[in-house]
Design a protein around this ligand. Structure first.
Ligand code: HEM
Length: 491
């Protein structure tokens, strides 16, 4: 009887019926578990794909839905965690709850869940432990890093001096910062006019910027569909493809010259570890992971620090009185006859406070890297099931009204006590916290202090005539200053 009735239905009724059936399946499939964090109502099938995933939109939604809320993209739910109190609870108090990474299709295609930054479980533990040990070893308890930054400073000063008019410092800074991690990973630095390396740096910056675009993020919701469509995701894959080729060439040269009795850098040490770990394939020490691990260190160690230094120069140009105060401290403590060293830091509370404030306001990695609940977890009274993607809004911590006296003002006083001495602040979490805390934090802190202090020791920075510097940044995977041109006056 029902079959007979269905046979007599016209095409329109069939379509309506199929739509209603799919709608029911969608509602059933995407039903939230009890006590799941609230969020804006998702559209059928699509979810909240018209909601931007930039930190400013996330801040606004947190005001409306609270410090723990959720969004759905396609069928994928993500929980956003905001404010110092809740981020601390998620990353530090519940240390083991969010230690894994989710599969983010845009990045999975390149990083494949291997290496350090986007891997999980046992492989991540082993890769992170190895990277940690060797980062220290090749930095030889920090001394070698310090020397390598000081050496790079000299190259940077010469390059800046050669510029006769206004110029954009972006790729000098990217190259200089990248040379520090390149010395550890590849065993060498790259000249600022090395065309191939410059191309790699450009491709990398472009991919990082594009990764923040709404259209590239659409790929994460519907990867099978977008795989066949043009768009920024294709450019990102193409750029990373070329970066991978560059890294493979470097690894190939290392294999040809490999001397197991004398490992020179991270890649050599990794090749040695591959031999030692043959009986433990789960640890992932193989060429494929080496390519990704190298990409991790190179990627994570370049754009973040260089972007922060670029923000630093923007703030110094916007607030010349602060620039002057830093220079006054540099002149008093270091003078002009030698380079700044890490030993100077304790005697330079104002400069240290400025560097911290640059990181706080610059906000280079506003949403951190996504994580995944490794077990069923309660957070802020909400239930987060195992496997849910979570994003910690680090920007909301660095701007938390309950933690900072004047969150939206560039104010080095945030890091100074009444006697003018440097004071640490709990809500200073630009490197995140907990088990996945930035692996390069110590190196990055050294880079920021030594590069910044040296630059201000040697130059006074001012904007290019007629150019208005913006304090608004451009959002990609990182939050970076809008490209600018500046003038340098030697001191
Ligand atoms: C100012 C500079 C830097 C900032 C602001 C920064 C920030 C971050 C942040 C927010 C994360 C994500 C942590 C999380 O998931 O909770 C991260 C991860 C990471 N960073 Fe950095 N970073 C900087 C420099 C560096 C440098 C110089 C290196 C070089 C080795 C590096 C290597 C890494 C790695 C390998 C990870 C992944 C760690 C893991 O997943 O276990 N970073 N960083």
């Amino acid at each position: 009887m029902i079959l007979q009735y269905l046979l007599y239905l016209d095409c329109k009724s069939w379509l309506v019926g199929i739509f209603l059936l799919l709608l029911l399946i969608d509602i059933f499939k995407n039903k939230c578990p009890p006590s799941f964090p609230p969020g804006p109502r998702p559209l059928p099938f699509l979810g909240n794909i018209f909601t931007g995933l930039d930190f400013k939109t996330i801040d606004k939604l947190a005001e409306e839905y609270g410090d723990v809320f959720s969004l759905r993209w396609g069928s994928e739910r993500t929980v956003f965690i905001s404010g110092y109190k809740m981020v601390k609870e998620a990353l530090l108090t519940q240390l083991d709850s969010f230690a894994d990474r989710p599969i983010v299709p845009l990045f999975h295609k390149i990083f494949k869940g291997l290496g350090v930054a986007l891997s999980s479980g046992y492989l991540w533990k082993m890769q992170r432990k190895f990277a940690n040990i060797h980062l220290r070893q090749f930095g030889e308890a920090k001394k070698k890093f310090e020397q390598s930054i000081q050496q790079e400073n000299v190259f940077l000063r010469e390059a800046f001096k050669e510029e006769t008019g206004p110029f954009d410092p972006q790729f000098y800074l990217n190259n200089a910062v990248s040379n520090i991690i390149s010395a550890v990973v590849f065993g060498r630095r790259f000249e600022y006019h090395n065309e191939r390396f410059l191309t790699i740096l450009h491709l990398d910056s472009e991919a990082i910027l594009l990764a923040g675009s709404v259209r590239a993020q659409l790929y994460n919701a519907f990867p099978q569909l977008f795989d066949y469509l043009p768009g920024p995701h294709q450019k990102i894959f193409n750029n990373y493809g070329k970066i991978v080729e560059f890294i493979k060439d470097e690894i190939k040269k290392h294999i040809e010259d490999f001397d197991p009795s004398n490992p020179q850098d991270f890649i050599d040490a990794y090749l040695l570890e591959m031999e030692k770990k043959q009986s433990d394939p789960e640890a992932g020490f193989n060429i494929e992971t080496l390519v990704v691990a190298t990409l991790d260190m190179f990627e994570a160690g370049t754009e973040t620090s260089a972007t922060t230094i670029r923000w630093g120069l923007v703030f110094m140009m916007k607030y010349p009185e602060i620039q002057e105060k830093v220079q006054e401290e540099i002149d008093r403590v270091i003078g002009h006859s030698r380079q700044p060293s890490m030993a100077d830091k304790p005697s330079m509370p104002y400069t240290e406070a400025v560097v911290h404030e640059i990181q706080r306001v610059g906000n280079a990695v506003p949403l951190g890297f996504p994580k995944k609940a490794s077990k069923d977890t309660m957070l802020g009274g909400f239930f987060i099931p195992k496997g849910t993607t979570i994003i910690t809004n680090l920007s909301s911590v660095l701007n938390d009204k309950n933690e900072w006296e004047t969150p939206s003002t560039f104010n080095p006083g945030h890091f100074l006590d009444e006697q003018g001495q440097f004071r640490k602040r709990d809500a200073f979490l630009p490197f995140s916290a907990g088990k996945r805390v930035c692996l390069g934090e110590q190196l990055a802190r050294m880079e920021l202090f030594l590069f910044f202090t040296f630059l201000l020791q040697n130059f006074t920075f001012s904007p290019a005539p007629g150019e208005e510097l913006s304090l608004e940044g451009q959002l990609g995977f990182t939050y970076a200053p809008i490209p600018y041109r500046m003038c340098v006056t030697p001191r």
